[in-house]
Design a protein around this ligand. Structure first.
Ligand SMILES: Nc1ncnc2c1ncn2[C@@H]1O[C@H](COP(=O)(O)OP(=O)(O)OP(=O)(O)O)[C@@H](O)[C@H]1O
Ligand SMILES: [Mg+2]
Length: 338
């Protein structure tokens, strides 16, 4: 869907876990295909447990997919091993949600970043010190922080350090797994702005995983919406948020409260109901049908094909075309702060 040839292309990825229920499996990522163009900022949204982190972790090799491929820079990573694989993988870095768990408390910030620099062969201490200063500066931290330990830092500062460490190995792709959701509300915007700045200045492509649709809408050029292991809608963010065409995306957008009381007063009642079904036993046909206000018998029969709404927007729902044409989606989108 993006204009440029993809830098990262995920094809038909499937990642399963053994469930705690004996003999059962959880298909956390079920036949997912996504792309990321060089320098592109793409959003991945969906409710808790829908498989966002598993997808991200499978891309960087933290989980072992059962099938499908991760193609980076034209090379299928499953065809590589050893050093060749490590070299390619280094270009794809993961930024974790929890800045408290992701740093080693026994290392100073300088040591943490130096460790990453050594991986790319920067062994000279003077060069290291200079790079550490530059990296800290890039993420908006004073150079003096290099001597400090993670426990002396705030959550926002820690996340900035984690970002600096990721950048130290000169990645071309960042998988950002809800990187601001664990932070205090007051500093979320600052760290988010840092991502946008780095993305612009360094041209790093970014898969931005988030619960917060308003955040993704602002920051990304394209969005993927995930439900129970599947991508159910994808498109250019301006198009998708203006005319969400899968009932699930519509419901997600409807659940975002508006800052404008006039819009809030006319907001339709939430159309999403019930809990996400058990991933060990997903519904037949369309996975969303058990919670969908518009479901009919046909939805149980087979998984819906992607309906192309525009050249850059599609949704997996038998009535997506109809929903796209109605004004309901567009009205709803107004309820989301731009
Ligand atoms: N290591 C694991 N072993 C067993 N099941 C797992 C494992 N990791 C994830 N799962 C299951 O896979 C499914 C997807 O989980 P995942 O963490 O990818 O969702 P998510 O969309 O990132 O959720 P959240 O928004 O809460 O972070 C869930 O049903 C989860 O319980
Ligand atoms: Mg997650």
């Amino acid at each position: 869907m993006p204009d440029a040839a993809p830098l990262l292309s995920i094809r038909n990825l499937v990642t399963r876990f053994r469930s705690v229920e004996r003999g059962k499996w959880i298909t956390a990522v079920d036949d997912v295909s996504i792309t990321l163009a060089p320098g592109e900022m793409v959003g991945l949204v969906g409710e808790s447990g829908c498989g966002k982190s598993t997808l991200g972790r499978s891309i960087v090799g933290l989980e072992q997919p059962q099938s499908g491929s991760v193609i980076y820079d034209g090379v299928d990573l499953s065809s590589l091993s050893g050093r060749m694989l490590r070299d390619k993988r280094r270009a794809i870095q993961y930024v974790f949600q929890d800045p408290y768990a992701s740093l080693n408390d026994r290392q100073t910030i300088g040591e943490t970043i130096a460790e990453a620099l050594i991986i790319i062969g920067v062994a000279d201490k003077t060069v290291q010190a200079r790079r550490i200063q530059t990296l800290l500066d890039q993420v908006g931290l004073p150079a003096s922080l290099a001597e400090r330990y993670p426990r002396e830092l705030s959550g926002g500062q820690r996340q900035r350090v984690a970002i600096a460490r990721s950048l130290a190995v000169e990645p071309r792709v960042l998988i950002c797994d809800e990187p601001v959701s664990a932070l205090d509300l007051s500093i979320r915007a600052q760290v988010m702005n840092l991502f946008l700045k780095l993305h612009k200045e360094l041209g790093v492509a970014c898969l931005f995983i988030a619960h917060d649709l308003a955040l993704v809408r602002q920051a990304t050029s394209r969005t993927y919406v995930m439900y129970l292991g599947k991508i159910i809608e994808e498109g250019r963010s301006d198009e998708l948020y203006a005319r969400p065409s899968h009932p699930y995306t519509q419901a997600l957008l409807a659940s975002i409260p508006s800052a404008d009381p006039r819009v809030e007063a006319h907001r339709p009642p939430p159309s999403i109901f019930g809990d996400i079904p058990s991933p060990t036993n997903p519904p037949s046909g369309c996975r969303f049908r058990t919670r969908c206000p518009q479901a009919t018998e046909i939805c149980a029969s087979a998984p819906p094909q992607a309906v192309r709404l525009t050249p850059t927007h599609s949704a997996r729902c038998v009535i997506a075309g109809e929903l796209y044409r109605t004004k309901a989606g567009a009205d709803l989108a107004q309820a989301v702060p731009a």
